[in-house]
Design a binder for this molecule. Structure first.
Ligand SMILES: Nc1ncnc2c1ncn2[C@@H]1O[C@H](COP(=O)(O)OP(=O)(O)O)[C@@H](O)[C@H]1O
Ligand SMILES: [Mg+2]
Length: 240
């Protein structure tokens, strides 16, 4: 029945959350220990200090990868129902942009946002996470470009309102969406990246479905990709 299925889902999400937590706990001590070994003993090593440094760096890097994967996994397993409030979509976009701008100073981030508030009824935390996932994908698509003399990486965000919809578009000049399996990109574990988890778009899709909206992926005009969060209009109107 529906109740049993909901209970099973809750139980599975709970187990996933606990496992993620248990895996994450030892990561910080592992990382700090490796960094400490390097800091403290590198000077004293006479034979082959390069290997020592490479090994400690590898530990630190791999631990970081595990942490990222576990975070995505627990995000995906958690997925609580959205807690809706009236939010200005411009603020959510700007906040997500600030984080990525700081992390990737070589990429040009721009935003075309309306002058007046764009109110949507949504869970600000979840929509913020969705925007962050899309921005990260855009960054990764830019970093994955091949060739010399590439134009600077650009990520443009704009908000468009029509009678029916409020949409946040994120457009990049990255390597573009893959041709194969294009319609399966939002499935969990679907990734073309070596270090991908394939959970990012699955999370975004789930979040948008929970908001009665949609995630749309398209080729951008020219090169790159465009990902859009589409909200039904009126979802934030008075009385809604
Ligand atoms: N902006 C983008 N440009 C090009 N390809 C993209 C973009 N966003 C997503 N993709 C494709 O969709 C796949 C799935 O994305 P995602 O679910 O976020 O998983 P991951 O980022 O871990 O690979 C990516 O591996 C990539 O092939
Ligand atoms: Mg991703």
């Amino acid at each position: 029945t529906e109740l049993q299925s909901a209970q099973r889902k809750a139980a599975w999400a709970d187990v996933a959350r606990r496992i993620a937590h248990e895996i994450k706990n030892p990561l910080t001590p592992i990382q700090l220990s490796a960094e400490r070994l390097k800091r403290k003993y590198l000077k004293q090593i006479d034979t082959d200090p390069e290997t020592f440094a490479t090994c400690t760096d590898t530990i630190v890097r791999q631990v970081e990868d595990i942490r990222r994967m576990v975070n995505e996994f627990s995000d995906f397993a958690r997925m609580p129902n959205p807690v809706l409030a009236r939010e200005d979509l411009r603020g959510l976009v700007s906040a997500a942009l600030v984080l990525q701008r700081t992390a990737f100073p070589t990429i040009i981030f721009t935003a075309e946002l309306p002058e007046d508030p764009v109110i949507v009824q949504c869970d600000g935390g979840q929509i913020g996470r969705a925007l962050t996932n899309l921005l990260k994908n855009a960054v990764e698509a830019i970093e994955a470009r091949k060739g010399n003399d590439l134009p600077p990486g650009r990520i443009t965000t704009h908000i468009v309102r029509t009678e029916q919809h409020t949409t946040a578009h994120i457009t990049d000049n990255g390597k573009g969406l893959p041709v194969e399996n294009r319609d399966r990109l939002t499935e969990p574990y679907m990734t073309t990246r070596v270090k991908g988890t394939g959970l990012g778009l699955a999370i975004v899709k789930k979040i948008m479905e929970d908001h009665g909206g949609a995630l749309v992926l398209e080729d951008a005009a020219g090169e790159g990709a465009r990902a859009s969060l589409v909200f039904a209009q009126g979802n934030g109107r008075a009385g809604a």
